[in-house]
Design a protein around this ligand. Structure first.
Ligand SMILES: NC(=O)c1ccc[n+]([C@@H]2O[C@H](COP(=O)([O-])OP(=O)(O)OC[C@H]3O[C@@H](n4cnc5c(N)ncnc54)[C@H](O)[C@@H]3O)[C@@H](O)[C@H]2O)c1
Length: 544
């Protein structure tokens, strides 16, 4: 009989649990929880140990009471799917299942598992029977059907809905259920509550489920832990009791003394706060897209314009959008909002203009990089078809290894459509699953490859981590992400390493004017998003 495995990113194979394993697992959990209760520790189950859940679980497990003694015992719970089961055995060894640039993540997980012994992980839903608090950190995706049209997409609530069902079937009636997942506004009251209440009634429980919502503001990167623990939180509960319980829980586990909690009247307000917060960000980024084109066509350097504007304190959160806006949240959260208005809250009219437009602009901004690369190569007498193009940076933002919805993906897909040969360098990313496994990642039928032609060979993309090797013989180099390693590249060295002049495309205002000048002197062609003054520099050099 063939065995099913779950394979970790480093290639270790873990056999999936068999039906007979579940009983034994639960028996051992029960014994362990008894011991922990005797130590007066609250039992917290964190459902979904992904990017957010794994770190949240460790933060809760790290909590101490006023006497400095650990006050929570945390059990990370994760579906035993082929794709995710490996996270459980890794966590149980004290190894973080997520790769984080924050040096605090690995030692914190190791400390809680091995020294404090306040963190374990399991695959059995039965663990929910032992919970005082359940923190829900499973995903709630927004699936887009077209490129650049968020309106035709829909919310994928399957994982969340099935989690809520299972939770209601297992938890003690007075356990607090805290939904941290970013959800479509209305979900806690109009989706989660009815699902859970129905199951409660079936179980003969007369009380209402104690449901609460508080969203994550976690930022991948060097301050990952602090962005959860040492940061302001918004929360709410379905009734007064749930509100009090969530306030108490978050006050105990987060640094709320320095970063006070905001408690909203109703969960829909806390849910809406998250969606508006991220739609605001997506909008102020999207709005610069048209000014970026304006700048390119009229000799203006938008990077300097933004710098000048940011001197004014009221405008200092302006940021240049690069080749698109990625990360898990900004491309989808506004979509959850529009979808909720219609499908949860029941309105038929269309009140949204700016939010969907912003997302559509951000989702397609990378396409223009294909044109810039084509033009730069053409100016050097070379067609884009067949050209060797190096993309520097796969991640969605600087100095992180997270590739979810990164602008670089769109840049590459467009370039492949135009016939370019692609290579990629990123110091933080080992595998770019969006390409390597595009038939099944992020889900079957969900790859952005379906919006472009000529994508098949992109499966062969392997990230080169040696910059010199990556540069050798490239015909175009696209600076797609402002990773530290790309900020101070010396044009002379770059051209020497490449071996000949090349087209240099700056997507993030990385090149200084001196760099641009030098590249031209070395026979290169330079173009950049929002950098219309490049033409002026080129003419200066030509005249000399
Ligand atoms: N990653 C970020 O930067 C970020 C920032 C702010 C908010 N958020 C929000 O946090 C939530 C979680 O995001 P994430 O990045 O951790 O996602 P993720 O995909 O990394 O993790 C979700 C985990 O839940 C597991 N899971 C799914 N269904 C389950 C079930 N029925 N039972 C048990 N486990 C289950 C999955 O296997 C996965 O490990 C999302 O709503 C997201 O929008 C994420």
């Amino acid at each position: 009989m063939s065995e099913n495995f779950s394979i970790s990113p480093s290639g270790e194979k873990f056999p999936l649990p068999k039906p007979e394993d579940y009983k034994k697992e639960f028996e051992s959990l029960k014994k362990r929880v008894e011991l922990e209760r005797a130590k007066k520790r609250e039992i917290v189950v964190v459902m979904g140990v992904g990017f957010v859940g794994a770190v949240m679980a460790a933060i809760v497990a790290d909590t101490v009471d006023k006497k400095g003694k650990p006050s929570k015992f945390v059990i990370g719970m994760q579906r035993p799917s082929e794709r995710s089961f490996w996270k459980i055995p890794l966590l149980n060894r004290g190894i973080s299942p997520v790769k984080a640039e924050d040096p605090e993540v690995d030692p914190m997980i190791a400390r809680c598992v091995k020294d404090k012994k306040t963190l374990i992980a399991t695959y059995t839903y039965d663990v929910l029977k032992l919970a005082d608090v359940v923190v829900v950190d499973v995903q709630c995706d927004y699936l887009k059907e077209d490129l650049g049209n968020v309106r035709s997409g829909q919310t994928d609530m399957a994982a969340l809905e099935s989690s809520l069902h299972v939770i209601a079937e297992h938890i003690p009636a007075n356990a607090l259920v805290l939904i941290e997942t970013t959800v479509a506004p209305g979900t806690t009251e109009q989706v989660a509550y009815p699902i859970m209440k129905k199951v409660f009634r079936k179980r003969g429980i007369k009380s209402d489920p104690l449901l609460a919502h508080s969203y994550e503001r976690v930022m991948p990167g060097r301050n990952y832990v602090a962005s959860i623990r040492d940061f302001w939180r918004v929360c709410s509960g379905i009734n007064e009791k749930a509100k009090k319980r969530v306030e108490k829980f978050l006050t105990e586990v987060l640094n709320t003394e320095k970063f006070p909690l905001t408690v909203m009247d109703r969960p829909i307000e806390s849910e809406t706060a998250k969606i508006v917060e991220n739609s605001y960000r997506a909008t102020i980024l999207a709005f610069l897209d048209e000014w970026s084109l304006f700048a390119e066509r009229n000799g203006v350097d938008l990077i300097k314009v933004i710098k000048a504007i940011k001197m004014r304190p009221t405008h200092n959160n302006m940021i240049f959008p690069g080749p698109g806006i990625g990360g898990y949240c900004l491309p989808k959260d506004g979509g959850l909002g529009l979808w909720a208005y219609k499908h949860i809250l029941g309105f038929e009219d269309d009140i949204f203009k700016i939010t969907p437009m912003a997302i559509d602009i951000n989702d397609t901004r990378g396409l223009h990089v294909g044109q810039l690369t084509r033009d730069a190569l053409r100016n050097m007498g070379q067609p884009i078809a067949g050209a060797d193009v190096l993309v520097l940076g796969a991640a969605y933002r600087e100095d992180v290894g997270d590739t979810r919805y990164s602008g670089s993906e769109i840049v590459i897909r467009k370039l492949a459509e135009m016939g370019a040969e692609i290579r990629v360098h990123d110091p933080y990313v080992e595998h770019w699953w969006e390409f390597e496994q595009q038939d099944s990642f992020p889900g079957v039928g969900q790859s952005k490859s379906r919006f472009f032609r000529n994508q098949e060979k992109l499966k062969e993309i392997r990230i080169e981590q040696n910059l010199e090797k990556a540069l050798a013989n490239a015909e175009a180099v696209i600076l797609a992400v402002p990773h530290k390693a790309y900020l101070k590249m010396d044009p002379d060295k770059v051209v020497k390493t490449i071996g000949h002049p090349a087209a240099i495309i700056d997507c993030f205002g990385i090149l200084t004017d001196d760099n641009i000048r030098r590249y031209f002197q070395l026979g290169c062609e330079v173009k950049g998003l929002g950098r219309g003054h490049i033409q002026r520099i080129k003419e200066e050099i030509r005249k000399k």
